[in-house]
Design a protein around this ligand. Structure first.
Ligand code: FMN
Length: 278
């Protein structure tokens, strides 16, 4: 019944050349693993980057990313960012990443200037580091600009059963020139239930907010009861297994807001309320 396996044909060759090639392939896969490329695709990536040099267990230029873009640079010599060899003291004020996280705010009214598509691509590339069980990447964003925002308003109206006079439109999606819709795209997996995949997508949403904040852009995550109504799902061409997680309204932070942010002292809550033991 089962397939006959010819074990002999799987035996690895002792030929020194082939042994060296196997060792190199292993090192490349390991380098990708160190660069965060864990999972089955590490081997594939390693095979694709045969021309790159392997040194010291980590590989420079492991992907097609330009060197100054930092992808995978944490393990490369001369990398930017913290020294990961020892944990540092937690100092929110002194650490630019921690202070950005602690200071993050949603900006409900943004101005018309938006990140361009190249910036967006970089931000999406950055946040793809989101923790992801089995690396399923169960999330994507849809870019909504221009008249597509009017179509979004029409879908909201249809979902809410609202009819308008000729020439009137739902202006809610016009609150920003750029909207990103977040889609959680879960698939059947024996070890990763749906809820974990939705958690990954939500994580991507939170990282998106942080990355935009750190880059100086305003953003607010909005959703609501109509989010997964049929007309709205149809507009976003969702498959049955997919869930809309809401929309990110993005734009420049107005000056008056920026000034308030400089002097704002929104206190951080006491951590005890978020901590307990079993
Ligand atoms: C999934 C999700 C959906 C949200 N939907 C809305 C919404 O529809 N309307 C709204 O006013 N705030 C919404 N919020 C909350 C705002 O994005 C924001 O977090 C809140 O106003 C608090 O401001 P802060 O982020 O500066 O603390 C949502 C947040 C999340 C995470």
């Amino acid at each position: 019944m089962g397939k006959h396996k010819d074990k002999g044909s799987k035996r690895k060759s002792d030929c020194p050349k082939e042994k060296a090639a196997r060792k190199l392939a292993k090192e490349r896969a390991r380098a990708h693993f160190l660069d965060g490329e864990s999972g089955t695709w590490a081997k594939k990536l390693a095979a694709e980057s045969e021309s790159t040099t392997v040194h010291g267990g980590a590989e420079a230029g492991a992907t097609d990313t330009a060197p100054d873009q930092g992808h995978g640079s944490a393990t490369s010599a001369g990398s930017r960012g913290p020294d990961y060899s020892t944990p540092t003291a937690i100092d929110i004020a002194a650490d630019p990443v921690l202070s950005a996280i602690a200071a993050r705010r949603s900006i409900s009214k943004v101005e018309s200037l938006t990140p361009n598509d190249a910036d967006l691509r970089e931000i999406i590339r950055t946040i793809s580091s989101v923790a992801d069980h089995k690396g399923l990447r169960p999330w994507r964003f849809l870019i909504i600009r221009g008249d597509d925002r009017i179509r979004l308003g029409e879908a909201f109206d249809e979902a809410a059963g609202v009819t308008r006079k000729p020439g009137e439109i739902n202006e809610k999606p016009l609150r920003a020139e750029l909207i990103l819709a977040l889609v959680s795209s879960s698939s059947d997996h024996p070890k990763v239930p749906d809820w974990e995949q939705h958690a990954v997508a939500a994580g991507a949403g939170h990282l998106l907010e942080l990355a935009l904040w750190q880059a100086g852009w305003g953003v607010m995550w909005r959703s609501g009861n109509l989010t997964n109504e049929p007309s709205v799902r149809r507009l976003h061409r969702l498959e049955a297994n997919e869930l809309l997680m809401g929309w990110f309204y993005i734009g420049a932070i107005p000056d008056r807001y920026r000034q308030r942010l400089q002097t704002s002292t929104r206190p951080l809550p006491e951590p005890e309320q978020f901590l307990d033991t079993l």
